[in-house]
Design a protein around this ligand. Structure first.
Ligand code: SF4
Length: 374
């Protein structure tokens, strides 16, 4: 494929992609829907997250918030509770805020143009293009990682840098300016996800192999040029399962300026340098006292788990603890609540807290949020 993409070649590629999509697309729960709200939810969830991870969350989210108005009416905590575990929580907050604005400004109807969609919180060019093309059948291109990879390989271009990016965007626009724009965008993404994968693309099964310059060169994986990634930093952490009143444990709320603000987690100390003295039991107990406003006594180690947050791999140790009788107390730095994970509906908690409570022996069934079906 040559860039800029000529109309006649675009017609051939489009026809093959649509035929591939009709025959081989995966049966995903959002694919049958023409509801713009459901399509918006799926596209927001799919940002930086795999299809396999999204499917159960999407179904649970729509069962709990079946339409735009129900999401706009929900509290932030309700929304985060159903979203908890999917990560990138800003997406959930922005989605709820976008729905509130749609109710307020558009009478509850999702606007159908890219310009109006882009004015809503959390909706960038990719999501706006996807919603406009899939829900409203508008010829708007999308350029996510899968699309960049497919187009860069078809044209044997590096795909890096603003000039290259513009060329790929033009190609995506030329391709989508035909019939079935929403299906065409999904076809390119589907090809990137299932056949033109980052490593070992299955060129033998590819519907557009005859138009592919990278395949002709014999080394398709060379395109697009790889981004240099930093290796993750190694960290250590300790979290405390502070028990009281039988089965209850304390949770503290993450502060507004932190990553994942508003979510609940076990008290403790995390993100410290590997082998740092800050993870001595005394430092952990001091950190917990600041969070809970009460002194704690550390008990035995229950186990550990690996957890990755953004560019950090953290080895987290889970320890049991109890409140120190007649210990020093003060004002807790964080909001504190106690829950019985076996019985109570859980507030939205971090993924690390889920893992820690599972290490501590709480059943995953305890993660059923109120009204949800996790
Ligand atoms: S022929 Fe291979 S490299 Fe080219 S688009 Fe198809 S799968 Fe990707």
């Amino acid at each position: 494929m040559l860039l800029p993409l000529r109309r006649r070649q675009a017609d051939v590629i489009r026809r093959r992609l649509l035929a591939f999509y009709d025959r081989h697309r995966r049966d995903l729960p959002w694919r049958g829907s023409r509801d713009p709200y459901a399509i918006l939810v799926s596209e927001v969830m799919l940002q930086q997250t795999t299809v396999a991870a999204v499917v159960p969350y999407y179904e649970r989210f729509l069962a709990r918030f079946p339409d735009l108005r129900s999401l706009a009416r929900a509290s932030e905590e309700e929304v985060l509770t159903v979203w908890a575990g999917l990560g990138y929580y800003r997406r959930a907050r922005s989605l709820r805020e976008a729905c509130r604005q749609i109710v307020h400004r558009y009478g509850g109807h999702l606007p159908g143009t890219v310009a109006a969609l882009r004015e809503l919180p959390g909706i960038g060019p990719y999501t706006a293009g996807a919603v406009a093309s899939i829900a409203f059948n508008l010829p708007e291109p999308v350029l996510d990682g899968n699309v960049v990879r497919v187009l860069a390989r078809l044209a044997a271009r590096s795909g890096r840098g603003s000039g290259e990016r513009r060329l790929l965007e033009q190609a995506a626009r030329t391709l989508v300016e035909g019939r079935r724009p929403g299906d065409l965008n999904q076809a390119v993404m589907e090809l990137g996800a299932t056949i033109c994968t980052p490593t070992k693309p299955a060129c033998g099964a590819c519907p557009v192999a005859r138009s592919c310059s990278a395949r002709r060169e014999g080394l398709p994986e060379k395109y697009p040029e790889a981004l240099r990634r930093q290796s993750p930093q190694q960290r250590r952490g300790v979290v405390l399962v502070v028990r009281h009143d039988g089965g209850r444990v304390y949770l503290v709320q993450r502060r507004a300026e932190s990553l994942m603000p508003g979510l609940w987690e076990l008290p403790g100390l995390s993100g410290q340098e590997k082998d740092c003295v800050a993870l001595e039991p005394r430092s952990v107990a001091r950190a917990a006292r600041r969070q809970l406003g009460q002194s704690v006594v550390l008990g035995k180690r229950l186990g550990s788990f690996q957890h990755t947050v953004v560019n950090r791999r953290v080895k987290v140790e889970v320890r049991i603890a109890r409140l120190r009788p007649h210990g020093r107390s003060g004002v807790a730095r964080a909001a504190v609540r106690s829950v019985d994970p076996g019985c109570d509906p859980m507030p939205p908690v971090t993924a690390a807290t889920r893992k820690a409570l599972e290490v501590a022996g709480f059943s995953p069934r305890a993660w059923i949020p109120a009204g949800g079906g996790q």
